[in-house]
Design a binder for this molecule. Sequence first.
Ligand code: FDA
Length: 303
Amino acid sequence: MPNRLLLHVAENKKLEAIATRNRLTRPIVDRYVAGRGLDEAWTATKALNGAGIDVSLDLLGESVHHLAQSKAATQEYQGAIENIRNQAPGSTVSVKLSQLGIMIDPQECANNLKALLNAATTHGATVEVDMEHSSVGRETLAIYRSILPDHPNTRLAIQANMRQTPEDLLSFTDIKPRIRLVKGAFDESSSAALCNADEVTEQYKYLSRWALQHLPDPAFGTHDDTCIDVVKETAAELGLDKRDFEFQMLYGVRRKLQDELVRDGYRVRVYLPYGTQWYPYLMRRMAEKPANLLLFLRSLIGG
Ligand code: FDA
């Protein structure tokens, strides 16, 4: 389970300012972040494409409190979408609705998302919507539902740890959503979420079977061997082709496993973050793998 203390640290603005200014954090940042700008992100994308791996581009930045910031993020994403066909066809973009303004004005956020979806339709790209903390979860689901009839290919991240998730999935009666099933990366209360790692893994396995049976083109966002094996076995048992679903992993995590999956004939997509606002994203990665924290702290104090 993600380390709760680190998830709190992820929200600390003072530590963010210190860590972001400190150039010594670079090596650990570079492991998880593909570059500061879109050009570097394309370079990393092309290297992965060369290995048979697709990419979902993520512009770092979240929880914005000014509409100007959400407009700027929308424009940056539009630039990426307009170039996908030329630079790296088959790529998607992953957006966080807290970056598109959901905490300021949900309607404005929905408009920003629609602008990206329209650009994606024009330029042959697909959008994926990340699922963030439960404080914006209901609104995220509502906005996703509102765009689904016009943009049924849009993928939504679904968190296995959330108690509400099975009900949410069953509530899609008309259009079956394309989902990215993840364990869940945020600090949640025990009333809202399963807090035991084994329980979350069991729920992930249960939901992955359900998704393979009932949903179109499901994606499995995990690096957990147990979960990956269950997906492979269940798909084979259901008579699905290896290309009827995809595995997704984070940039910098389990690179060898990504190659092995490609070699075995599975589709693999890497979630590729870029930009300067890496701190909360990186701290969530530290929370998933606290062993990496030591490296990060050493870099902060120059050790
Ligand atoms: P688990 O945490 O059990 O890890 C299994 C193994 O993977 C570990 O033993 C380790 O070897 C390796 N590993 C995992 N994380 C690592 C790390 N940070 N560094 C190094 N090794 C690591 N969450 C969310 O709430 N909303 C979202 O929208 C998304 N989106 C998303 C997209 C994609 C493509 C992925 C892969 C993940 C997400 N997540 C997410 C994050 C997700 O919820 C979860 O926190 C992480 O994937 C870690 O869980 P695992 O399933 O990998 O298992």
